[in-house]
Design a protein around this ligand. Sequence first.
Ligand SMILES: Nc1nc2c(ncn2[C@@H]2O[C@H](COP(=O)(O)OP(=O)(O)OP(=O)(O)O)[C@@H](O)[C@H]2O)c(=O)[nH]1
Ligand SMILES: [Mg+2]
Length: 305
Amino acid sequence: MKVDENFRCGLVAVVGRPNVGKSSLINALLGQKVTIVSDKPQTTRNRIRCIYSDDSVQIVFIDTPGIHLPLHRLGEFMVETARRTLDEVDLVCYVVEATDRRIRPEDERILAFLEATKRPVLLVVNKVDRLKNREDFRQAAELYQARFRAIQILPLSATSGTNLPLLLSRITEALPEGPPLYPDERIMDHPEIFLAAEIIREKILLLTREEVPHSVAVEVEAFQTPEEYPERDVAYIRAVINVERPGQKGIIIGKGGAMLRKIGTLARAGLEEMLQEKVFLELFVKVREDWRKSEKDLKRFGYRP
Ligand SMILES: Nc1nc2c(ncn2[C@@H]2O[C@H](COP(=O)(O)OP(=O)(O)OP(=O)(O)O)[C@@H](O)[C@H]2O)c(=O)[nH]1
Ligand SMILES: [Mg+2]
């Protein structure tokens, strides 16, 4: 990578309450899937560095769990993870929704965190595609503007692509000059095996309801690609879907195994897209009672501060 002396590089935390589109925004900016998305709140559970590079800038986005009012140890870990990220970055992208007409308790928490860290904040008013009149985003913007000073306010749509290039240039302007932190082909800090487990979890979020999506933790036990294991002609992935209750196990398996087959089909397609090769996927379902409350299980699944 040629690096000129005006090259900029920095860390950008993407924060907001659950489901506002933080992960969607990062995937859209990078032009590929690095972090999972779903219509269920509390999809993202870890902080994930997602790296955008071009000739003049490297932006290290940090996707964070949605800040909410936690009900169990996993939730506390998630909120703590997001809060701590604020202290490590050059800039914060605070994502809210264009349809917001009041400040919710979750956003009150975020506003308090932002005030405490004193980092520059860029307010992203996402989902403008949902407004009949796009100018109505100003109502949401004013609501938050009354509470803190943003260095910029940008209406945006992660799914329609509105204002994505503008956001990239606004972020670039706000970052310090300096050399890149990562080689330019690098797109995330976690290994592929992490994204593989996340992709399987994403399909379960898509296909299940209520408590089930939140009660799932996926562990990849084997991840063997033909490059590393020449005896294999396709990638071999074996994963365990952990749930909290026997009833949830029944739901994940489904009638005659129908649900597990559906999950497997979608997950395999997602994994093949990620790896760009054929995948043989084996899934197992296990009950681990109340794992979301167990410090030991949280550690085991990689949810540790
Ligand atoms: N209409 C519309 N929907 C969007 C937009 N951006 C994201 N979404 C949808 O909003 C939902 C949540 O998206 P995510 O990217 O998972 O949200 P998140 O903020 O990362 O959520 P957590 O990880 O749970 O904190 C998904 O159904 C997305 O498809 C947008 O610009 N317009
Ligand atoms: Mg997310």
